[in-house]
Design a protein around this ligand. Structure first.
Ligand code: SF4
Ligand code: SF4
Ligand code: FES
Length: 259
C-alpha cells in the first residue's frame, strides 16, 4: 500500500504561547501560522491571548494589536484597511477573506489565522503571489487599440459600460483562486478565477480592439477548461463578485466565436 507522509520540515508544530498580561476578563485565543524561511525550522502555530475589550472589530485589528503590543515579529500584508487594496487576504476561521473587513465576532471559538491556502509561503501570513501576478501579466490587462491615431477619449455607451460591472471591482486579492481546487492542483497552468475574471473584463470592454486575440489566448484546455464549475471561487470573493460566471461567459463566447 502506498504510504504518503509529509516531509518532516513541512509538518506544522505547536509554537509559543503568549499569555495575557493585561488582566482582562475578555480574552480570545488567537492561533497564528508562523514560518520564517531564514530560521531553517518547521512552521509552527503561535497562540496569543488577546484582550478584546481594547480591540476594534476586524481580524486585522487583532493582528495589529498583536504586532504592536505582544509580538512585533509577526509578518502579514496590509495597506488600505478598507477592503480596497486586497493585500490583507488570508484564511481566517477556515475561510479566505480580507482581514480588514472580516469581523472577528463572526469566528466562533479560537481564532485561527493562516496564509491563503496552497500558496508557497514567503513568511508567516504572507503567501507568494508571484505566479498569480505572472499569469495576470500574461492576459495583458490594459486597453489595446490598433488605431494609431487615437487622440480623443473613446466613447462608451451606458449599456457597454454596464457590461464591466461585476468585473472592474476585482481587487486581485486572490481569495478566489486560492479557494479553487483546480487552481490548487494545476496552478502553474490553469489561470484560475481571479485572472480569468480579469481576462473577461478586457474581453467585454467595448473600447478594446483585441477581443478575438484575447479569446484565442485563453482558449486552452489547461488555461481555461480546468474550471469544473465547483463555485468555491464565487463564495470566497470578499467583494461579492462571481468569477465562475465570468468563466462560463468566456466559454460561451468561445463556443460561438469560430476560433
Ligand atoms: S468554478 Fe471554476 S474557478 Fe471557480 S472554484 Fe470552481 S473550478 Fe475553480
Ligand atoms: S474575484 Fe473577488 S476574490 Fe477573486 S481576486 Fe477579485 S476580488 Fe479577490
Ligand atoms: S488592507 Fe487593503 S484590503 Fe485589507
Amino acid at each position: 500500500m502506498v504510504q504518503i507522509n509529509l516531509p518532516k520540515n513541512s509538518q506544522v508544530k505547536k509554537g509559543k504561547y503568549f499569555k495575557d498580561k493585561t488582566g482582562s476578563k475578555n480574552l480570545r485565543k488567537v492561533n497564528v501560522y508562523r514560518w520564517d524561511p531564514s530560521a531553517g525550522e518547521n512552521p509552527r502555530i503561535d497562540t496569543y491571548e488577546v484582550d478584546m475589550d481594547n480591540c476594534p472589530s476586524k481580524v486585522l485589528d487583532i493582528l495589529n494589536k498583536i504586532k504592536n503590543e505582544i509580538d512585533p515579529t509577526i509578518a502579514y500584508r496590509r495597506s488600505c484597511a478598507h477592503g480596497v487594496c486586497g493585500s490583507c487576504a488570508m484564511n481566517m476561521g477556515g475561510k479566505n477573506g480580507l482581514a480588514c473587513t472580516t469581523p472577528h465576532a463572526e469566528i466562533e471559538g479560537d481564532i485561527d489565522i493562516y496564509p491563503l491556502p496552497h500558496l508557497k509561503v514567503k513568511k508567516d501570513l504572507i503567501g507568494d503571489l508571484d505566479g498569480l501576478y505572472k499569469q495576470y501579466q500574461s492576459i495583458e490587462p490594459w486597453l489595446k487599440s490598433n488605431s494609431e491615431s487615437v487622440t480623443q477619449e473613446i466613447i462608451q455607451s451606458k449599456e457597454d459600460r454596464a457590461k464591466l460591472d461585476g468585473a472592474y471591482e476585482c481587487i486581485m486579492c486572490a481569495c478566489c483562486s486560492t479557494s479553487c481546487p483546480s487552481y490548487w492542483w494545476n496552478g502553474d497552468k490553469y489561470l484560475g478565477p481571479a485572472v480569468l475574471l480579469q481576462a473577461y473584463r478586457w474581453i467585454v470592454d467595448s473600447r478594446d480592439e483585441e477581443r478575438q486575440s484575447r479569446l484565442k489566448k485563453v482558449a486552452d484546455e489547461l488555461k481555461l477548461y480546468r474550471c469544473h464549475t465547483i463555485l468555491n471561487c464565487t463564495s470566497a470573493c470578499p467583494k461579492g463578485l462571481n468569477p465562475a460566471k465570468a468563466i462560463a461567459e468566456i466559454k460561451k463566447m468561445l463556443a460561438t466565436a469560430n476560433i
